[in-house]
Ligand binder design. Structure first.
Ligand code: GUN
Ligand code: ZN
Length: 507
């Protein structure tokens, strides 16, 4: 199955996935169609923006009438829809209810027989935090079923997903991903995550995605099993997930929960409908409270809306900023975003080198890939003679030339002039207008993280040019007092400039 990548941002991508039933643009979410109750018809999913569906082959296999109809006329006829359909194997039923009476081979041959566009082997979803021995045994069995699956469905006769398991053991996740990549599948899926998603352990989710993704082929689509809440899409896509499935829209509606891109509300607690989807703009809050179908429909609208927002962010290079905004909605998400910064060296390798202007939005902005990349490039400055580095206010009002003039008037004599711009650090005056430092929007009052990173980079520049140039570090003690200045003093002549005395704050 071909997968063509069109745009990239962070580790996220917009891709075109060629399936036996047409091209699907990723990232996308596949609504889960329950073949037992098709109150929301499969074909109706198109209007929300669905390009592909997922259903459960095991549920169909178990019910004689559904089984017969799907064997006779195919899965597309059963669901009444010509979109590409992925079929899951019943693994989740196996892990939840232990009632699966079907073999890997049986369920794979069945999926093939009913014309599934993407088949899934019978993997074993191991719960988080089980004993290692258990996770390892389950994984060995899963891997042996993956090998068997590849022998049953060869590349030329169907599209097959390879599933990554391994519970919360990151080395097992890595091993699992490496093995499925070696076997070779058309799509890769990361499984066993539902309990983590339900308990909002998004930081652990980040670790598992990274451990898996870094061992899977880059040019293949990756499905994150069970992640149907839109609040997760920006982060998961930023880490390289392309396919999602959502039973959540229906399950949440059943539980009277109203989805928003930032979290979930109890519909009964709403006085207003804070959404303009076709449901929320044509029905009253009372009507939505009383109808599970209306609520499910609203949930689908916001789910697809958020996926389009994610895609637009990739196309324009603002996915980090979207993550920053969305992660503010929920502490566990904010935690996960901060946790992602532990992987910024990895993300930097994939992240495009030029983008639209950089918006500093706090939380984790000081650790963005652009900032790390800037620190990597400090060794490109070859300095000699007298170097003046000034850390003053980040106010825009003063033009660069005015600042230069002032410094000259104060009898500073230099061969090179650097301004310290948080979070990047030392920026030569010649590059003050160029990307990324010169094209960044930084709040006037930056947080201490941004200053710390900026001063670390000053220190790095000083160390790189130790003995080659003579440095003066001039700083405004009102906005730049910082423990790292003591360290800077070892490499530069440090002058404190009492700006507050010169420019009292206007009231
Ligand atoms: N649906 C949710 N989680 C899983 C999983 O781990 N494996 C499969 N096959 N389906 C799932
Ligand atoms: Zn709505």
């Amino acid at each position: 199955m071909e997968f063509e990548i069109l745009h990239k941002d962070l580790m996220g991508r917009i891709g075109k996935l060629r399936t036996p039933r047409g091209v699907v643009e990723t990232p996308t979410i596949m609504p889960v169609i329950n073949p037992n109750l098709m109150s929301l018809g499969a074909d109706e999913m198109k209007k929300y923006g669905a390009e592909m569906l997922i259903t459960n082959a095991y549920i169909i296999y178990k019910k004689p009438n559904l089984r017969e109809a799907s064997v006779k006329n195919g899965i597309h006829s059963l669901l009444g829809c010509e979109m590409p359909i992925m079929t899951d194997s019943g693994s989740y039923q196996l892990s939840e209810y232990k009632d699966v009476e079907v073999s890997n081979r049986e369920i794979l041959e069945f999926q093939q027989r009913i014309g599934s566009d993407v088949c899934v082997p019978l993997d074993i979803p191991t719960a988080p935090y089980v004993k290692r021995k258990r996770a390892k045994e389950d994984l060995d069995e899963t891997l042996s079923r993956m090998r068997e699956a590849r022998n049953i469905i060869q590349t030329e006769n169907g599209v097959l997903a390879g599933v990554v398991q391994g519970s919360t053991f990151l080395d097992l996740r890595r091993k699992s991903a490496k093995h499925v990549a070696e076997i070779g599948f058309d799509v890769y899926a990361i499984g066993g995550l539902v309990p983590l998603l339900e308990s909002h352990q998004f930081d652990t989710l980040v670790d598992i995605i990274v451990a898996s993704k870094t061992n899977l082929p880059l040019n293949a689509p990756v499905h994150l099993f069970g992640a149907g809440h839109p609040m997760l899409f920006p982060l998961a896509v930023a880490l390289g997930c392309d396919l999602f499935d959502s039973a959540a829209y229906a399950l949440y509606a059943k539980g009277k929960r109203y989805m928003t891109e930032g979290g979930t509300r109890k519909v009964d607690s709403l006085r207003y409908l804070p959404c303009s989807c076709p449901v929320c703009s044509s029905y009253s809050v009372e009507e939505v409270k009383e109808s599970e179908d209306l609520l499910a429909s609203h949930n689908l609208w916001v789910t697809f809306e958020e996926m389009r927002t994610v895609k637009q962010s990739i196309a324009e290079g603002s996915l980090w900023e979207l993550c920053e905004r969305r992660c503010r909605a929920y502490p566990a998400l904010l935690n996960a975003l901060k946790h992602i910064t532990a992987y910024v060296e990895l993300i930097e390798k994939y992240d495009p080198v030029t983008k639209r202007p950089f918006f500093y939005l706090g939380a984790a902005s000081a650790h963005r890939p652009e900032v790390l990349r800037y620190s990597y490039r400090l060794n490109r400055f070859k300095l000699s003679g007298n170097v003046l580095i000034t850390a003053t206010e980040t106010k825009k009002s003063k033009s660069t030339s005015k600042e230069e003039e002032e410094l000259e008037n104060e009898n500073y004599d230099y061969d090179h002039l650097f301004f310290v711009k948080p979070p990047f650090g030392p920026c030569p005056v010649e590059l003050k207008e160029s990307y990324p430092v010169g094209q960044s929007e930084i709040p006037m009052e930056v947080d201490s993280d941004a200053k710390t990173v900026a001063l670390e980079n000053v220190l790095k520049l000083l160390k790189l040019n130790k003995g080659k140039a003579k440095f003066v570090f001039l700083y405004d003690d009102r906005s730049w007092e910082h423990p790292l200045i003591a360290e800077i003093e070892k490499y530069a002549e440090v002058e404190k400039r009492n700006i507050s005395a010169q420019n009292p704050v206007d009231v």
